[in-house]
Ligand binder design. Structure first.
Ligand SMILES: [Zn+2]
Length: 468
């Protein structure tokens, strides 16, 4: 087992990140502990990647090929939960929790970096291993800034993973998205005494929402537009609201389509401002590119999975997982199996009969765009990219749940994390064994982009930021 000698350190790092969850772009303690560890392990680390406080790039070796391994570490607001407790039980004094398993994700990437370094040293392979500490995945889109700044330009491949409910190679695309604030400024007035003098910013927010809801009939089925009213302009109906704000998230299957859809939403906002005689300000928040799949890399990752297999679970671990599975109706999971899964009946049977995923779930190549977005998409435009999923939890609950937070320190979670490190390292080793596959992966990317160049959806001038 290539990771045995690091196991204790890696688990301790993940446990620390679980115990001290931090929001995107403010993962100070977590980033620092990872940077220190990687330096101790002989990596050269540059910090403040792409103008972020917490992003880093750790490097070992030199020359080609350059193999990138992507990690994340941010947590989610409102998901504070005690470890191992199978009922909702918020941990006092906390406002966040590792509801997407990023405490495992980041450390799994480090595990892969260490294992790959050791393999290269032992077998005399030339090349560079890079571990990217990518901040703000849940909010912020750290990888998009890093890609915009060219940090992946000299990479030959990028490998990553995500904690999940299944052991599988991911295939298919994800949506590109743009998130912005629409701020309307009106004129305050006494709502009864002088309504004719007021211009309501809240009216503008409402009219914009109405307009967008009419737009829905005329979008493609795979487009999505979501909104939240982030500032209704106060709680008093007796004051004409002088300021109001909504936050919009616009998604489509490709970057150019997403930009066109966003333009349509913008025009509706301008119309709302015109109707209400208010002023409109649009503040850019986030942008993420669609994921470009790479079947060549998926095949190599599939081989690594088959060779190394999935972790075995003890009776005790199965009983632990069952307690969490019992908190959830698994019918939701059964009706929403990943589209690329080859044998859906087998997976459905495993979900019904087992407390957790205990086999390698084979997938087919897929070009289908899955609903949702990740900033891994930005990396995949620049360099061939593949993602593995490793089960770290019981069946039932999905990402962003208190159940995932509660199970985040379990031996099941840690086994998934360590196996992710081993599988990513073995995938990279297979590419070093047969470097022509790196060229094939690059050719596939070029073919898929068909001459289109990567253009980050985050405009120049917008820098990594944090909105409270
Ligand atoms: Zn995540």
């Amino acid at each position: 087992m290539p990771l045995e000698k690091y196991e204790k350190d890696l688990i301790a790092l993940a446990e620390r990140a679980w115990a001290n969850p931090e929001p995107g772009f403010r993962e100070f303690a977590c980033s620092q502990s990872q940077v220190e560890y990687l330096r101790e392990m002989g990596f050269t680390v540059s910090t403040n990647a792409a103008g972020t406080t917490t992003g880093y790039v750790a490097q070992w070796g030199s020359g080609k090929p350059v193999i990138a391994i992507l990690g994340e570490f941010d947590a989610l607001w409102g998901l504070q939960q005690k470890a191992d407790v199978p009922v909702p039980d918020p941990e006092p004094g906390k406002e966040m929790g590792q509801g997407c398993g990023h405490h495992l994700l980041g450390v799994g990437a480090i595990a892969a970096g260490l294992a790959l370094r050791d393999i290269m040293q032992e077998k005399g392979y030339a090349g560079t291993v890079r571990v990217y500490g990518c901040p703000g995945e849940e909010s912020g889109s750290g990888k998009a800034y890093m890609a915009r700044d060219g940090l992946f330009d000299d990479c030959d491949v990028a490998l990553t993973w995500h904690p999940a409910n299944f052991h599988m190679v991911c295939s298919g695309s994800t949506q590109s998205c743009i998130q912005c604030y629409f701020r309307f400024k009106g004129v305050p007035a006494h709502a009864a005494g002088a309504p004719h003098l007021g211009r309501s910013a809240l009216d503008a927010v409402e009219l914009m929402n109405v307009g967008v809801n009419y737009l829905r009939e005329h979008m493609e089925d795979s487009d999505r537009v979501h909104y939240a009213i982030t500032n209704p302009g106060g709680g008093s109906p007796n004051v004409v609201q002088a300021f109001a704000e909504s936050r919009y998230l616009v998604r489509s299957t490709t970057n150019p389509k997403c930009e066109r859809l966003f333009e349509r939403v913008k025009r509706i906002a301008q119309g709302a401002a015109l109707m209400t005689e208010t002023e409109l300000e649009i503040v850019f928040d986030e942008g993420r590119s669609n994921t470009v799949p790479n079947f060549v890399l998926e095949d190599v990752m599939d081989e690594a999975f088959r060779e190394l297999g999935v972790p075995g679970y003890t009776a005790e671990e199965r009983a632990y997982a069952q307690r969490f599975k019992d908190t959830f109706d698994v019918s939701g999971q059964l009706s929403d199996l990943p589209g690329s899964v080859r044998d859906k009946d087998r997976l459905a049977e495993n979900i019904r009969s087992s407390a957790l995923c205990d086999y390698y779930v084979e997938t087919d190549h897929s070009d289908k765009c899955e609903m949702g977005s990740t900033d891994v998409g930005d990396v995949s435009w620049v360099t061939p990219t593949a993602t593995a999923n490793l089960n770290c939890y019981s069946y039932g609950a999905g990402a962003h749940s208190w159940q995932w937070v509660a199970q985040g320190k379990s031996s099941i979670a840690m086994k998934g994390m360590l196996q992710a490190g081993a599988i990513l390292a073995r995938t990279a080793e297979k590419l070093l064994e047969r470097p022509e596959r790196i060229d094939q992966a690059r050719k596939e990317l070029e073919k898929r982009l068909a001459g289109e160049k990567y253009k980050c959806l985050i405009p120049e001038g917008v820098s990594p930021h944090y909105f409270d």
